[in-house]
Ligand binder design. Structure first.
Ligand code: G3P
Length: 342
């Protein structure tokens, strides 16, 4: 709960700063000294205690230091500045922003991103990483850059497979009937939870803590990193291992901003975000096990599920997206088979 109060506090401070000194966060940095300094907002949903936010903080510090004052990245965590669809709007409009958010929000522009992150596709992080390197996915990156001015710096900031956090154990799709489950504002998530048997309720993650307490929702779906990092275990104690989607963030920047940077600044940004991705991955792999034990100590019970039943239930999701490229699912399966043979 403390985290949610601190988010509110940061929001209040941000608003009051904007009221006193102008409403563009870039004004603050530009007036701090270096006239040519480029001030860039980095916005993310992750709260400060979550590993992705911790790795991002290191990235921002490293970039600011390496650029010797020519860049000032300012990190805003916990969704205090726009995230999700609104965050993507900032990128598409060419603001001085970097957004760290779910790949599904790229899917609002280039729908095939949802296909390559669909339910139950991947069994390991490595399979997913290999898929992101395929020409199939690299072409999507080119498409969103050419058509919407969004440069994708990374698709690989994983935070674990997503499962069900509720107050009752779930073993089969039947157990999901009648449960209101919070999902991000995304068709992919809505369709997936519907197919799995539940009632999806879209809202930003930071609203979920109160929503569960008020009985608006019965639980959320998310990774162990989210479960522990956001203290959701204080509300719901049953974790059912559906592993239905991979929790992973894309890092996006507008091409307008990108083209304004020097080659050296671009290199610094690319290299430090790559280091941050590796740091986030290594820590996530390590912490998932540690957090599972800590969650158990907090009274959380883990449940295996009827995986084939959920796999079968989710199949129709791949037929529901009218804007996906025809045949995309077969192409993905073909790529996945190649990846698994290697
Ligand atoms: O802090 C929230 C984060 O761990 C997960 O957010 O929207 O992907 O469920 P979301």
């Amino acid at each position: 709960m403390k985290k949610f109060l601190s988010i509110l506090l940061v929001l209040a401070m941000t608003l009051s700063l904007a009221a006193c000194g102008g409403n563009d966060t870039s004004d603050a940095g530009a007036s701090a000294g270096n006239e040519d300094k480029k001030v860039i907002t980095v916005s993310t949903k992750f709260v400060d205690d979550e590993q992705t936010a911790i790795s991002l903080k290191k990235v921002v510090e490293a970039i600011n230091e390496r650029s010797e004052g020519s860049l000032e990245l300012q990190l805003f965590t916990g969704g205090v500045l726009p995230i999700g669809k609104d965050g993507m709007e900032q990128i598409v409009q060419g603001s001085d922003w970097i957004l760290v958010e779910g790949i599904n929000f790229l899917g609002d522009y280039v729908p095939d991103y949802n296909a390559v992150t669909g339910p139950f596709l991947y069994q390991t992080f490595d399979e997913f990483f290999a898929m992101m390197q395929t020409p199939l996915v690299q072409n999507l990156n080119q498409q969103i850059e050419d058509e919407y001015g969004v440069k994708v710096l990374s698709l690989d900031w994983v935070f674990g497979f997503r499962s069900m956090m509720t107050n009752k154990p779930i073993t089969t799709p039947e157990d999901m009937r009648g449960l209101n489950i919070r999902v991000p504002t995304s068709q992919l998530y809505t369709y997936t939870i519907e197919a799995m048997g539940g009632n999806p309720v879209s809202m930003p993650y930071y609203d979920t803590y109160a929503a569960i307490q008020q009985g608006v929702i019965d639980g959320v779906e998310g990774s162990i990193m989210t479960y522990y990092g956001t203290q959701q275990y204080e509300n719901v104690k049953e974790y059912s291992l559906t592993n239905h989607l991979l929790g992973v963030s894309a890092v996006s920047i507008s091409t307008k901003l990108w083209d304004e940077l020097t080659e050296e600044q671009q290199t610094i940004i690319v290299e430090e975000f790559e280091k941050g991705r590796d740091d986030n991955l290594a820590e996530t792999i390590k912490l998932e096990e540690e957090y599972a034990e800590l969650l158990k100590a907090e009274g959380v019970t883990f449940h295996e599920v009827d995986a084939p039943a959920f796999l079968e239930a989710a199949e129709p999701v791949f037929g529901r997206f009218e804007r996906w490229t025809p045949g995309i699912y077969d192409e993905i399966v073909e790529e996945l088979n190649k990846i698994r043979q290697q």
